[in-house]
Design a protein around this ligand. Structure first.
Ligand code: SF4
Length: 334
């Protein structure tokens, strides 16, 4: 028998993983052995905010469990299509904070660059799910944003955000960081990303190189909501970042039906620490249109925090905060 040569796929080819992402909810449900009706799938919700899930993330979902906490984060459901008072397109005032296309300035000393509108995964509760990225990202707009940043000498920290900045290739990111490092007032480079969790192969040697080969001090803020997201492939993938001495922090969102019980939040903090990541923020849900079914009330959130403080060392207790449009920083929920 003649052996047919198969196209070679490098296991570490993260762009291949992006291309192979699941783009139809039915495909994910089939993998999980679930029926659309039993999970409340809504085609209208998927039409409003497209469905997208990378296979490495889908592989951590439990087969046959309609309540799986990873599945609930990505599944378009009927509740999204019901208008709810107080849930709006831009709940955190991004548009009024835009100083140049894609350059947001809310807090003293820090500015945020929207590098891309692309994400590897589409989280249904995302506060930027309705953001008009086409007005804010792209090469010409990035040039304008950098020019504006050059004229803001009070800014010493730049935050790469999006979308997910690590959706961009390393060459582009390296070039961007080089331009940022040329601005003498910048000292720190913060990267907000979910890609190392959804596609662990995104942690490439080239990524570590541009993060560490700059005079800017790098910080990575991951976004993980449940311990089940952190399997051993993620822990292993994060190792080179830890070895390079890059601080790794996590921000989570408190989400009904995902992590709104003390056991889940305790397990998340402990698993983050196993992976070399410190819990940083636990956000109350940003009240974005289509995400009301994820909301957890403040009283419940405070009760959960009491349980976390009782059950964890202080350094593993995240700060409970909410973002209020127009405020000068995140607002602690005491
Ligand atoms: S990865 Fe972040 S920016 Fe992208 S959809 Fe999820 S929450 Fe939103």
């Amino acid at each position: 028998m003649i052996a047919r040569s198969q196209p070679k796929i490098e296991p570490a080819d993260w762009q291949h993983e992006v291309r192979e992402s699941l783009a139809r909810p039915a495909a994910l449900l089939e993998l999980l052995g679930l029926r659309p009706a039993e999970v409340g799938l809504s085609d209208a919700a998927a039409a409003d905010f497209p469905f997208r899930v990378p296979r490495p993330f889908a592989a951590r979902m439990r087969v046959g469990d309609p309540h799986d906490p990873l599945l609930r984060q990505v599944l378009p459901v009927h509740e999204e299509t019901r208008a709810r008072a107080g849930f709006v397109a831009d709940p955190v005032g991004d548009l009024i904070a835009e100083r140049a296309p894609g350059l947001l300035h809310k807090y003293r000393g820090r500015a945020l660059l929207l590098t891309t509108g692309a994400c590897a995964v589409h989280c249904r509760y995302c506060f930027r799910r309705a953001f008009p990225y086409s007005d804010s990202v792209g090469t010409a707009r990035l040039d304008a944003a950098l020019q504006a940043l050059a004229g803001m000498p009070d800014i010493d920290e730049v935050i790469l955000s999006g979308g997910d900045p690590l959706s961009l290739r390393d060459e582009r990111l390296a070039a961007l960081v080089q331009r940022l490092a040329a601005l003498p007032h910048l000292q720190r480079l913060r990267v907000h990303t979910r890609l190392p969790v959804t596609i662990p192969s995104r942690i490439t040697p080239a990524l570590v190189d541009w993060l560490t080969g700059t005079r800017l001090k790098p910080v990575i803020v991951l976004h993980v909501n449940h311990a089940q997201e952190l399997d051993d492939t993620v822990a292993t993938a994060l190792a080179p970042l830890r070895a390079a001495g890059i601080p790794l922090l996590n921000q989570a969102v408190l989400l009904r039906g995902v992590n709104d019980h003390a056991g889940a939040l305790l397990a998340l903090s402990l698993r983050l620490f196993d992976c070399g990541v410190l819990p940083y923020y636990l956000h109350l849900l940003d009240r974005v249109q289509g995400a009301a079914h994820f909301a957890v009330g403040q009283a419940r959130a405070r009760a959960l925090m009491r349980e976390l403080r009782a059950g964890l060392p202080g350094y593993l207790v995240p700060k409970l905060v909410r973002e209020i449009a127009g405020e000068t920083g995140k607002t602690p929920v005491a």
